[in-house]
Structures are given as structure tokens and as C-alpha cells.
Design a protein around this ligand. Sequence first.
Ligand code: ZN
Length: 201
Amino acid sequence: MRYGRFETYENFLRELELFHGKPAPGGVVGLQMVNLAWELLPEGILMDVICETRKCLADAVQLLTPCTVGNHWLRIVDTGKFAAIFYDKVTGEGVRIALSMKKLPNWPRVEEWFFKLIPKKEQNLYAILEEISRAGADLFDCQEVVMVEKLLKLRPKEPPVICSLCGEAYPPSHGATCRGCSNKEEKLYRLKKEAVEPPQN
Ligand code: ZN
């Protein structure tokens, strides 16, 4: 078992809880997934990751690998599934690892946690984590995959332009106006007042 930049499992667990804000069994499942990916992929590749859920799995990937949302080596494509694709960003070859619904019944504490079968306060975090560690790779289904072409394209390094409607900067590939102003995207907020001046120091 490897823990990325952490020396021990305990160190990883402590950091995961700090980063995630609370204990995260899903992050510990993520530790097993990342280890399986390291095992299955050739050494020394430049790995990109697509995480298929917005939950704690993505936090484990960010703690254990160099891939973060901010550097775009980790992307979230929210299919809502507890799965991630780990692949060579040059060749597009990789593995998709998903929590196995066939194997999950072999691990009753993990199953109770995942499907919320018993109230959280009755769940035993220690027992869940212990079972995840014992299960290891036996929690997952694995498939070899090749990523579709458009996911391998390098992001254009385009300088931002200024939106003629709101005056804020945005990437020109988004269109004639920014996504905040175009009606394509749902509005995120409504204004309370016309404008607020930042407080003076
Ligand atoms: Zn705009």
C-alpha cells in the first residue's frame, strides 16, 4: 500500500479528515482505488484522472496524486457514480475503477455506509475503515479503457477577453459574451443592491 506524499496510513487519514472537514470513508475507499490504479498502470506515465462523483473520492485523489481540480489533471464529470478513470494523458490508455455492486455485499459494514442502511450515528467508523482496508482491491470492478479523443486535447492557452455586457474577463472560447451573461447557463445569484464597494482598510 502506498500513501502518496504521506508516510503512513495514519498520516493520510489525519490529513484526509482535515482536508475534507470530517471523517470520510469514501476517501479511504479512494485510497484503495488510487493504489489499484498505481498497480495497474505502467510506472512513470503522466496520469490524468476523471472522477465521476463530487463526493469525498475526489479529495482522496487530490491528496494522494499530483492531480488537482485546479491544475486540470483531475476533472470531475459527475455521472454520480462512485468511480474514477485513471489514464495516461498522452496515449489515453487507462483503467476505470468503480465500486462493485456485485462485491459490496461481501463487505457488510461498507455496504451499510454506502447505501446508508443504518443511521450514521449507529455506524462504527472504525469498523467501516477496517473493512475497507481488509477488502482492498476486492471492492471494485476494473475495466481497461481508452479515452475519447476530445478529452486528450490540450486546453488552448488563450488569453481572456472582456465581456461587453458585464465587463468581467472570460475565456473567448465561451462565445461572444461570458457564460454568466449568456442565457445558456442558469443564473447563480440575484443582486441585492446595485453595487457594493469593498471595505476600506
Ligand atoms: Zn458577462
